[in-house]
Ligand binder design. Structure first.
Ligand code: ADP
Ligand code: MG
Length: 256
């Protein structure tokens, strides 16, 4: 039987008078690719923000590998094995590709800031292992040959892959991708789809938000649909495409 890696149990968050996420239940099996879809403003990114500890839920419980994580700080959640990318690109354009990936691993370093300045032998060893893990993540996303280029000089599709590499370098068990294909051309989307399939193993679970229905339906084992903060459906891609509530609330609006 498959093991549950992430569970949202009756999770809500209110911002003032707005219930952005309303009593949502989600269960994700380890080693799968799951998608979260829904119109703009449905609460998809907010769910990622709740999972990664940016906001504590107003109500409900979030568990990761059986442990309650709601109320924990983002760095703790990263350390537990959840990594993410953001809807909008968050790269340091004036830094190299490799440096951008190395930054993502600071959550994992044992050496503090002062120690890093003194640069004892422990720090050098750690620096070496960070560089190795970063290069490995770049290889996965086929960007290792661009390690020394400035991030701003990469084409758009590669910048988005670089963000995934940065998340992968923290060696996550679960990776959350917020609209990874947004703004990509069809060729870039195909490349990304192949890479997401390649990184997905029994040890890595992928949970993504995406508007491109072809992308979502081709890639996902299961899909959850959100509308006005509420989960209105979940199931396999074919179940979702046939669901009357989904068609009415979302798909019927001409999105697919
Ligand atoms: P989606 O990612 O599905 O497009 P979001 O999760 O970004 O939607 O937003 C859901 C709703 O919550 C929107 O109405 C948005 O304006 C609101 N919202 C998100 N974050 C905040 C916040 N920090 N403060 C107030 N409202 C927010
Ligand atoms: Mg969003």
């Amino acid at each position: 039987m498959s093991k549950t890696i992430l569970e949202l149990n009756n999770v809500s968050i209110r911002f003032g008078g707005l219930t952005a996420v309303d009593s949502v239940n989600i269960k994700i099996d380890q080693g799968t690719i799951s998608a979260l879809i829904g119109p703009n403003g449905a609460g998809k990114s907010t769910i990622f923000n709740l999972i990664t500890g940016i906001y504590p839920p107003t109500q409900g419980e979030i568990t990761f590998l059986g442990a309650t994580i709601n109320g924990q700080k983002p760095h703790f959640i990263t350390e537990m094995g959840i990594a993410r990318t953001f809807q909008n690109i968050r790269l340091f354009g004036e830094m190299t590709v490799l440096e951008n990936v190395k930054i993502g691993q600071h959550c994992r370093t044992k050496s503090g800031f002062i120690k890093a300045i003194i640069r004892g032998p422990g720090v050098k060893k750690e620096e070496k292992s960070i560089t190795e893990a970063s290069m490995e993540a770049l290889r996965l996303m086929e960007l290792d040959h661009k390690a020394d280029e400035l991030a701003k000089n990469l084409p758009y599709g590669e910048q988005r892959r670089l963000e995934i590499a940065r998340a992968m370098a923290t060696n996550p068990k679960l990776i959350l991708l917020d609209e990874p294909a947004a703004g990509m051309n069809p060729q870039e989307k195909m490349t990304l789809m192949t890479m997401i399939r390649k990184i997905q193993t029994n040890n890595l679970t992928i949970f993504l938000v995406e508007h491109d229905m072809k992308f979502v339906m081709n890639l996902s084992d299961s899909v959850a649909v959100l509308d006005y903060g509420r989960k209105i459906a979940s199931g396999s891609p074919s179940e979702i495409q046939r669901d009357p509530a989904v068609i009415a609330a979302y798909l019927g609006k001409g999105v697919v």
